[in-house]
Design a protein around this ligand. Sequence first.
Ligand code: AMP
Ligand code: ZN
Length: 114
Amino acid sequence: MSQCLFCRIVAGDIPAARVYEDEELIAFNDINPQAPMHVLIVPKAHIATLNELAQAQDALIGSMVRRAAALAHDRGFSEDGFRTVFNCNAGAGQTVFHLHLHVLGGRTMAWPPG
Ligand code: AMP
Ligand code: ZN
């Protein structure tokens, strides 16, 4: 069995509150939400970080980003705004080393991020 937390969620070994799924990705609510909407968009294939991306994943990343916008739109955050974040490696706050796109909405976001 994979030791990777998000591979185990993809496989259904660990439960998650899924909000979207297709052939190549799943989206589920973050267990420790930092905003009223905090969804993680996760490719089903294991990719550790942004540093491992190849051109072959360009369409996948496009699908993830477009799904983020669609989920934010579904929650009514298109106009007011929403935040998308890929943390890459520990120095940027990455704690789960399976690529994921954070989608946060429902509150005012500060800039610069911490
Ligand atoms: P990052 O720090 O960018 O790697 O983000 C990892 C995110 O995964 C954090 O926001 C965690 O709250 C979230 N997380 C960790 N375990 C789970 C879980 N079992 N289900 C849902 N989200 C999780
Ligand atoms: Zn994984």
